[in-house]
Design a protein around this ligand. Structure first.
Ligand code: DX5
Ligand code: ZN
Length: 214
């Protein structure tokens, strides 16, 4: 069954707690927290205090998508705030193997992320032991962008690799996901759909329900 991870940053932030509860009532499986530092991407979003506030109302796992230059410097702060899964970009400036080792030793989970123009072959080496491989279907930085169809090729390649090597890593896709692009991503082999503007731009429970039934 498809796993839905709403990106809460596009919700009505004046009612964040309520939006979290509404999303969980609609059977959101986890929350996707987009952390941007104004350097790795041109936008700025949330820090650990907001994650802590979300943790105090959410009961499902929290995954932190670290769109920051140096994720190795920050993941612990988000971990202390209550996040469960750390998604690290291949394109960031850190020693990825070392950072994954530290996250694993702390008892938490990690995933590797690739931008739409990064070939999957670059991250094959990180898959064994990764909880998630996140394929970006937009260039990171903003919600509300259009789905890049080409990213489906990356999803298919990753699915083949995971099946061939008998790995348990789940495939997640992020960017421009709605009921049409979500279906294409699932057909290509994705397990987890992230969605921000589609879910929070309409009736939350209806839209999460539609994605869950794809
Ligand atoms: C993009 C973020 C996405 C974004 C998704 O930089 O990583 O998670 O919030 O937004 P939508 O679903 O609107 O494309
Ligand atoms: Zn994201």
């Amino acid at each position: 069954m498809v796993i839905i991870s709403p990106s809460i940053i596009s919700s009505n932030l004046t009612q964040l707690g309520e939006q979290v509860k509404l999303s969980e009532a609609a059977h959101a499986d986890m929350f996707h927290l987009d952390v941007m530092d104004g350097h790795f991407v041109p936008n700025l979003t949330m820090g650990p205090d907001l994650v802590k506030a979300i943790r105090s109302v959410a009961t499902v796992p929290l995954e932190v998508h670290l769109m920051v230059e140096k994720p190795d410097k920050y993941w612990r702060k988000f971990s202390e705030a209550g996040a469960d899964i750390f998604l690290i970009h291949y394109e960031s400036l850190c020693n990825i193997h070392e950072t994954f080792r530290e996250i694993k030793n702390s008892g938490k989970k990690y995933g590797i992320v690739i931008n739409p123009d990064t070939p999957f072959s670059k991250v094959e080496q990180y898959l064994d032991g990764a909880y998630i491989v996140l394929i970006m279907s937009v260039y990171p930085g903003f919600s509300g962008q259009s789905f890049i169809e080409m990213s489906l090729d990356n999803v298919k390649k990753v699915r083949e690799f995971i099946n061939k090597n008998d790995l348990e890593t789940m495939i997640e896709i992020d960017g421009g996901i709605n009921e049409i692009t979500g279906k294409k991503a699932l057909d290509a082999g994705a397990d987890i759909l992230v969605s921000a503007s589609y879910i929070y731009g309409g009736n939350i429970s209806e839209r999460i329900g539609k994605l869950k039934s794809l």
